[in-house]
Design a binder for this molecule. Structure first.
Ligand SMILES: [Fe+2]
Length: 318
């Protein structure tokens, strides 16, 4: 896979920060444009959704990444991390998240990170603990929350979104040894790795300045956020790697054209995968579950195992 991180990394940080500031008004316009979805896209979405439902469900896959985390000390070279996002777990017996333990049989990682949208309903929350237990890492597990953790969008009664009682979900996650990062950071391995987590950017709950308190520019820093939208608000903060989800890769993708829509302020081409945005190495996972259209097309669900390197290596094995 062609990858330009090394070129981007060579650019002075100051220049990148300046460019981010210049782009802010353009991004504000894009947000306004996205609030008026085109009729053509809405029809295309419905047509593709109908087509996807006639096909067998797309198979859950394991994506392996090997990439450099700037400032990672040599003794942490080879650190492994499991990235799980957008489970949208329900009580359905054939939910793709139920295949994760089998897919990861024999794979044990040093860290597990979750980037939100854990459950879709109460039955999903009850099914969550054994799954979390199966994904326990050697060292530590962290999570950030997504919009579906804060709100319940799907109601049998047809009502609009309703704020969730987060208590039972947080309890289930904390019982499984997962620390939930709400606009804060933690250091691991005697301070050699810093994990920063923000609350959901899609709902505007992220507070980057608070999350990055005490984090220096020369630290190996991993940023966890539910949505890649956080990229447009980073300002002076420069994480070595952002892990995110939320977009589900667009869910319905046309071959050669990509997604017909993406729930992000970023251009549609940034709806999934490994890229560098304004100097920030980013991986946006397609996630596991679905929302809105309960179907996927050319966009299979995934979990990701990332091997972090202290020297410059980048490779992707899907
Ligand atoms: Fe999601």
């Amino acid at each position: 896979m062609a990858y330009s991180f090394m070129e981007e990394e060579a650019r002075p940080v100051q220049k990148i920060t300046e460019r981010r500031r210049q782009r802010e008004p353009l991004l504000a316009n894009r947000v306004q444009r996205q609030s008026r979805p085109s009729l053509v896209r809405a029809y295309a979405w419905r047509a593709l959704q109908g087509a996807a439902r006639t096909l067998p469900p797309e198979e859950l896959g394991l994506t392996r990444l090997e990439l450099t985390l700037p400032h990672l000390p040599r003794h942490l070279d080879g650190l492994t991390m499991l990235h799980v996002t957008d489970l949208h777990l329900t009580g359905e017996a054939d939910h793709p998240a139920r295949g994760v333990p089998d897919l990861l049989k024999g794979v044990q990682c040093d860290l597990t990170v979750y980037t939100g949208d854990m459950v879709e309903d109460e039955a999903g929350r009850e099914a969550l603990p054994p799954l979390l237990h199966a994904l326990r890492p050697r060292e530590a597990a962290f999570a950030v929350l997504g919009n579906h953790d804060h709100y319940r969008y799907r109601h049998e009664s047809g009502e609009g979104p309703r704020q969730n009682d987060l208590g039972p979900l947080l309890h289930a996650m904390e019982t499984a040894g997962i620390e939930i990062l709400v606009n804060t950071n933690r250091r691991l391995y005697n301070g050699a790795l810093c994990v920063v987590g923000v609350d959901d950017p899609a709902l505007g709950r992220d507070d980057l300045d608070r999350a990055f308190v005490g984090v220096g520019p020369a630290e190996a820093t991993l940023l966890l956020a539910h949505s890649p939208d956080v990229l447009v608000r980073l300002g002076d903060h420069h994480p070595g790697l952002l892990l995110a989800g939320h977009t589900h890769g667009g869910q319905l993708r046309l071959p050669g054209l990509g997604p017909i829509g993406s729930i992000s302020v970023l251009p549609r081409r940034y709806a999934m995968g490994l890229y560098v945005y304004e100097g920030v190495q980013t991986y946006v996972s397609r996630g596991i579950g679905t929302s809105g259209a309960r179907a996927r097309l050319n966009c299979p669900p995934e979990v990701t195992v990332i091997t972090l390197r202290s020297s410059r290596v980048v490779s992707v094995v899907a």
